[in-house]
Design a protein around this ligand. Sequence first.
Ligand code: ADP
Ligand code: ZN
Ligand code: ZN
Length: 706
Amino acid sequence: MSESSLRRVRVAVEAPQHSGLTEPLDYLGPQDLTPGTLVHVALGRRDVMGLVWDDLPEGQDLPEGEQLPESELRPVGEALDALPPLSDRWRKLVEFAAGYYQRSIGELALAVLPPQLRDLDAKQLQARLKKLDKADAEAAKAAAAIEGAAGMPAALPERPALTAQQQGALDALAEQSSREAPQPALLWGLTGSGKTEIYLRAAEAALERGQQVLVLVPEINLTPQLEARFAERFAGRSIVSLHSALTPAQRLRNWLAAHLGRAQLVLGTRLAVFASLPRLGLIVVDEEHDPSYKQQDGARYSARDLAVYRGHLEKVPVVLGSATPSLESWQHALGGRYRRIDLTERIGGGALPRVRLFDMNRLERKKGVTTALSVPLLDAMRKRLERGEQSLVFLNRRGYAPVLHCDQCNWKSDCPHCSAHQVFHKEDRTLRCHHCGVTTRVPRACPSCGNPDIAPLGRGTERLEEQLAQALPGARVARIDADTTRLKGSLESQLAAVHEGEVDILVGTQMIAKGHDFRRITLVAAVNPDGALFSSDFRAPERLFSLLMQAGGRAGRDAAQAARSEMWIQTWYPEHALYQSLLKHDYEAFAGSQLHERMTANLPPFAHLALVRAEGRSVEAARDFLTAAQAAAQALPLSLGLLLYPPVPMAIARVADSERFQMLIEAGSRAQLLRFLRAWLPELHALKRRQKGLTRWAVDVDPLAI
Ligand code: ADP
Ligand code: ZN
Ligand code: ZN
C-alpha cells in the first residue's frame, strides 16, 4: 500500500475519562475505511479495539499545531470488516450520550459493545459469524419441519379482544407512528390495566412492517413473565435478550443477531438501549419510572432518557409505560412534549385494593416492646389464611435487625470501615455490612464491656418472617430478598412456589413488590414505610409512592378476588399527603403536589442538576478537591447564573475506608449546564492529579439519588 492511498481517520478508542482523552484519536487508514468499522489500533504500547469514527465536519479541523502531522500518525491495524459497520444513527446516539453524560466517545462506544467483541481478531469474528449462520439455518429448518408436519403454518397464538380503551390507545400509537417525527407516548395505566397487551400489539404491528422492536425492562430477573408473554405471543419469531446476566458468549451472539438484523425483537435492560438495530421501528420502555434505568457507575446514563432521544434520532415511536410515571415524564406530558395515553380501568373491571392506613399511634405501647405487626393486620391475614388466599408483607430492609446493641455501655455493631452499622443476620449468625460487605461472627458478648446480653434493635425481613411464623402458627411463610436469592435459579423456584400456592405469606423487600403477576394475593402490607417521608433525597417520596402503588398492584390481580383485596400501610403519619393520595389511588394528585413542591424549591424537572462526587483516603482529600473544584468553577464565566452548592459529606460519608463528599450544581437550563460542565471538567482532571489522597471522582448528570 503506498503512502498516498492512506488518509487521516479518527478512531474512537477506550481511554478512560481521567486520561483526559475525550475525542477520537487520529490514525492513518485506507481511503475506503468506513466509519462504524471495528479496527485494531495501537494505543501507547497496547493493541486495543477501536471504532472508526466520522471525520470532523468540513472546516472544523483542529488548528495546525494541535493536530499531529500525518507523518507522525500510526497506521490502523486489522479491520474487522466481516461485520457490517455500526450505523450512522448508532454513532450519533453514542456521540450524544457521551456529550450529555460527559464521557469520552471512545469509552462509551466500546463500553456498550459486547465485551467479547473487543477481544476478537478478524479470523475469530468470521468463525463466530459462520457459527451463527449455521445455527440460524438449523433453526429455520426445524421451524419448516414443524410447519410441514402440521401441514400448515403454525397457528397464531390466541390474542384477547382489545377493550375499547386499549383500542383507543393503539389507534393513538398508530397515528404517531405514521408521522414523520412521532412524539414519545406516555402510556399511563394502573397495574393490570392492559399495558403489556398494548406493547405486544404495537410490537406486532412493527414486526409486520418488517421492523425490529426494542423492549426495555428494569430488571430482567424480576420480569420473567413479561419475557414469557413476548416469547409466547411471538413464537416462531426471533427474540433475543440483552442484559448483564448473560454469559459473554451469549451476549455477543444476541448482540450480533440484533446487529445483523436477524433478531426481530430485543428485550433487555438498560444497556440494551445501545443495541445496534438496523431496522428499528419501535421502542418500549416498561415501568419507565424505575430507578434501575439509570446506570450507577462509569457513564451514568439514563436508558429511559436515551430511549427517548433514540426515538427522536431514528424517527420511531417510543412508548413509556407506567402506573406511576416519573415526575419528569409526567411534566413532559403536561407540557405537551409527550403524548399521554391513559388506561383508567383494570382488565375485567377489577377494583384496586382498598387501602387501609393503620395508625401506629393507636398501638398500646408496652415498655421496651414495639410491635411490628398490629393486631388488626394479623387478623386480616388470618382471614386470608382461612380462605386459602395469600398475603404479601413488604419491608425494605433485609437481615434480621439493622443493628446489635448493648444497653449497658451503648455499644453498637458499627462497621469498622464505613459510617454504617453492620446488619445482624441470624440465619448464619453473622454481622454484615451492606455497604462494604465485611462480614464477622456475631460476638458472644459485648466486645466493649463483656455484657452477654446484646440485643437486636429494629427489624429486617428475616425477623419479620420469624415473627409472622410465631403469630400465625401453621401458616407457610416464605421470604424473598437478596439473601434468599443469591443462588442462580433460586428466585425463579421461590416465585414458582408462590404461584403454585405453596406459600401462604410471602415476606420480602422491594424485589417482591415489582412486576410479578401473583394471582392469589388478596392482601399486601407495608409494615414500616415511613422512613422515606423524611429523607434528605427529594426523590424519596416519589419512589415510595410508586413502590407502594406497585406493591398494591400485586393484590387482586384476579378480578374475582379484587373486591376483597386490601393494601395495609402501618404508619405513624396517616395524615401525610402521600398516604392520603395513596388512599384514593390518586397518582395525579400526588404528582401535582410533588411538582408544585419541586417548582417552589427549584428542583427537577424545573431545574437541571449535576453532582460531582469525590472519594479520598481522608476527609481533607475529598473535601479539598471539591473546594478547589468549586473555586475553579467560580472563575469560569460560564458558571454565571448557576448555583454551586458547597461540598458536603454524602449521607453515608465513609464506605470501605473511603471518605465521600459531593457537590451539587443547579442550572435553569440544560444547555447551560452542559456548556459549563464541558468547560469545567477538564480542570478537574488537572486538579485530580494535584490532589494527594484523592482516589476517584465522578460526575453524574441528572443524578437520581442525592
Ligand atoms: P399491565 O401490563 O397494565 O399490568 P396486562 O397487559 O398484564 O396489564 O393485563 C393484565 C391481565 O389482563 C393480563 O393477564 C392480560 O393477559 C389480561 N388482558 C390484557 N388485555 C386483555 C383484554 N383485552 N382482554 C382480556 N384480557 C386481557
Ligand atoms: Zn457493652
Ligand atoms: Zn462496611
